[in-house]
Ligand binder design. Structure first.
Ligand SMILES: Nc1ncnc2c1ncn2[C@@H]1O[C@H](COP(=O)(O)OP(=O)(O)O)[C@@H](O)[C@H]1O
Ligand SMILES: [Mg+2]
Length: 291
């Protein structure tokens, strides 16, 4: 059965500042959409608002999953409806094991939690995550790249209808990125997962086949197209959209450093955490671990 995640005229503020200024996107089952945008364009805000993270004020528009109004639901009910968010900076949750978290998700969906351990092991193997990491509390003592694989493992076990992936590529080396991309594409083919992958770097597009690419600048989608848009972005960067920032940067780590140095004044280093200031990134659990 085909499903649809529909975003219409979505507008949202953080405090008094308007970050999302009318976003329209339609993702159907089995489709991969990639939203690309420079630092501070509102990518994480978009993923947080869709997933229901507190701290944002939605001032207009709709987000529906098969017609169900997601914006009125708390995050866990959105998840139960079939939405999954892979966070840009997955946080450590000491005291809660991965298997407990996923078992709770299974129980809430009426699925037998006894299935979780075997599924977890199989999913870890698929993305090359060492099985011993499965025994740790959620994300505790995992590197940035391991966390991204861990997010992908959770995606594979839960099997949502739609996944919003916020910079799933950051911190991954090329082999890990390939494994993660293959797993995501596998889910689109095997179970019709619909994907909204949000990223800063077009290296993701080298590994993850996108049906549609959208360019997000200052809270608006200013261009949408097929895979040909990736080539255009590769040659011209965001300059065509009035943003003086290259799309292709050698390494994610270096780019994050550059962005942190250049973008501190705009809060680019705070990971979009509502209420957090760039100056406090050392205390911010959502701060960029690669900066
Ligand atoms: N808590 C906040 N207070 C003020 N501005 C914020 C806050 N969180 C995010 N912003 C601003 O919102 C804009 C978009 O942030 P974000 O969605 O994290 O961008 P991206 O993920 O594209 O880098 C940035 O200009 C950022 O500084
Ligand atoms: Mg972000």
């Amino acid at each position: 059965m085909s499903h649809v995640l529909l975003i219409e005229g979505l507008r949202a503020n953080v405090g008094s500042k308007e970050i999302l200024r009318g976003i329209d996107l339609e993702v159907n089952s089995g489709e991969v959409h990639v939203v690309m945008g420079p630092n501070g364009s509102g990518k994480s805000t978009l993923s947080h608002v869709i997933a229901g993270r507190p701290g944002y004020e939605v001032t207009g528009g709709k987000v529906t999953l098969d017609g169900l109004d997601l914006l009125t639901l708390p995050a866990w009910k959105r998840a139960r409806a079939g939405l999954f968010l892979a966070m840009q900076y997955p946080i450590e949750v000491p005291g809660v094991s991965l298997v407990d978290a996923l078992s709770a998700a299974f129980v809430s969906n009426g699925r037998p939690p006894a299935l979780v351990p075997d599924l977890l092991a199989a999913e870890a193997d698929r993305v090359g995550l060492d099985r011993r990491f499965l025994l740790r509390p959620l994300n505790v003592d995992l590197s940035g790249g391991e966390r991204k694989r861990n997010e992908t493992v959770q995606l594979g076990v839960i099997g949502p209808l739609f996944a919003v992936l916020d910079e799933i590529d950051s911190g991954l080396d090329v082999d890990a990125l390939r494994a993660v991309a293959r797993r995501i594409e596998g889910a689109t083919a095997e179970s019709g997962l619909g994907v909204l992958a949000i990223t800063h770097y077009n290296r993701l597009l080298n590994e993850l086949h996108a049906d549609r690419i959208h360019v997000l600048i200052e809270g608006r989608i200013v261009a949408s197209g097929g895979p040909e848009l990736a080539e255009e972005l590769e040659t011209t960067g965001y300059a065509a959209y009035g943003v003086d920032e290259p799309v292709v940067v050698g390494a994610a780590v270096g780019a994050a450093r550059l962005a942190g140095a250049a973008g501190a004044a705009s809060g680019a280093g705070n990971g979009g955490r509502p209420g957090a200031s760039a100056a406090r990134t050392d205390l911010d659990p959502f701060a960029d671990p690669f900066a």
